[in-house]
Design a protein around this ligand. Structure first.
Ligand code: UD1
Ligand code: UDP
Length: 372
């Protein structure tokens, strides 16, 4: 059976990498990797770490790309690859525009499609934007669903989708994380020598489209205010490559000596930074899943989350995007040891690191049923 794995952005690559490795080792499966390169440098970082050499690379990233331009290029490009490769199954991951458009290309070519990390929902069409609709539309187009948790599987059922091919597998992000956290890593090699780890290091990431503009300025102002007022904290912000994010960050943090802005980190040093930091402030999806396993409190810089498991586990809290709200949530964690202790209990609602194996087994089982 020929299986094409399609991905294009950093988080999809991290979460598909362990699955690609597992597919390569699975007897009866011919694994083909097609990257859209919706991200370029941030994708290549992950391909390097996991030693993946794509069979196809659409190389589509453009500065200032729009949702329409990405969608068009992916439908067209992945369509061409499907025609050339004639796969038995296409796999997509998560909720990016690559995800949705590749699933659409599979549908147009009547090729079965499997959705890895299926069933996440906020039930708010514009939050996160466009990811909530990307994943809902993708699920409508797919045939196999790999739900990371029971809650995600329940969401698929609620949408009235066929349940016979829903598999609860855990999240492949845990598989990925386990492959890097034990590898040795010298942070000085990654330009992080200036960070004073004897202080409380606040790890910040922020990139979401619905946070561009005013919400991002509010978030950064809150963090800058806390950093300026306290000698006991350092802020480390590996900035997303998007120029809109970088300009806003430079404007808000430019003058502060205890705020370190750096390039996106490779997954290996980033995982070590997550282990070493005091807490995480983020609007990222993947980091909300990784931090509970590492016992790091996460303030989610959003008004909604499709990861209620992390909130239920006690490690994640929605801090919103207002300056006052983010500042209050951050100060509470910095000043109240009981609150901090409560949120830094390690818990792992996203699986035991065997999701990729479970997905491969499910694909083989599905394939047998197709032939029967
Ligand atoms: C995309 C996904 C989002 C995901 C995020 C992960 C969509 C619509 N959005 O958002 O769901 O959470 O990736 O990071 O699918 N850029 C570079 N180099 C890179 C990556 C990006 O220069 O390696 C710049 C380019 O100017 C590009 C811009 O960032 O045009 C935006 O990239 P894009 O993929 O459109 O959106 P993200 O905000 O990264
Ligand atoms: N990450 C990384 N380097 C960084 C920041 C994040 O390797 O400098 C990893 C992080 O550990 C997580 C993933 O990138 O696995 C999250 O990607 P991102 O926040 O871009 O996307 P999202 O998860 O929000 O879709």
């Amino acid at each position: 059976m020929k299986v094409i794995s399609v991905f294009g952005t950093r988080p999809e690559a991290i979460k598909m990498a362990p699955l690609v490795k597992m597919l390569e080792q699975t007897e009866g499966i011919e694994s083909v990797v097609a990257v859209t390169a919706q991200h370029r440098e941030m994708l290549d970082q992950v391909l390097r770490i996991f030693d993946i050499k794509p069979d196809h690379d659409l190389d589509l990233m453009r500065p200032g790309q729009t949702l329409t331009s990405i969608t068009n290029a992916v439908v067209e490009g992945i369509g061409g690859i499907i025609e050339q490769e004639q796969p038995d199954l296409l796999l997509v991951h998560g909720d990016t525009t690559t995800t949705f458009a590749a699933a659409l290309a599979a549908f147009y070519h009547q090729v079965p499609c499997g959705h890895v990390e299926a069933g996440l929902r906020t039930d708010n069409k514009y939050s996160p934007y466009p990811e909530e609709m990307n994943r809902r539309l993708c699920d409508q187009l797919c045939d196999l669903y790999f739900a990371p948790t029971q809650i995600a599987a329940d969401n698929i059922k609620r949408d009235g989708l066929p349940m016979q091919h829903v598999y609860i597998t855990g999240n492949t992000v845990i598989d990925a994380l386990l492959t890097v956290t034990d590898r040795p890593c010298d942070l000085a090699e990654y330009g992080l020598a200036a960070v004073d780890w004897s202080k409380k290091v606040l790890l910040l990431t922020c990139h979401r489209r619905e946070n561009w503009g005013a919400p991002m300025r509010e978030i950064f102002a809150a963090v800058a205010e806390v950093a300026a007022a306290r000698a006991d904290v350092e802020v480390l912000f590996p900035m997303h490559r998007n120029p809109l994010v970088r300009e806003a960050a430079k404007e808000a943090f430019g003058e502060l000596s205890n705020v370190h802005l750096c390039e996106p980190l490779d997954y290996l040093p980033f995982s070590h930074v997550m282990k070493l930091c005091h807490l995480v402030l983020t609007d990222s999806g993947g980091i909300q899943e990784e931090a509970p396993g590492l016992g790091k409190p996460v303030l989610v810089l959003r008004d909604t989350t499709e990861r209620p498991e992390a909130v239920a586990a006690g490690t994640a809290r929605l801090a919103g995007t207002s300056r006052a709200g983010v500042k209050a949530a951050l100060e509470l964690l910095l000043d109240d040891p009981a609150e901090y202790a409560k949120m830094s209990q390690a818990a792992n609602p996203y699986g035991d690191g065997t999701a990729s194996k479970q997905i491969c087994d499910a694909i083989l089982e599905w394939s047998k049923k197709q032939k029967a």
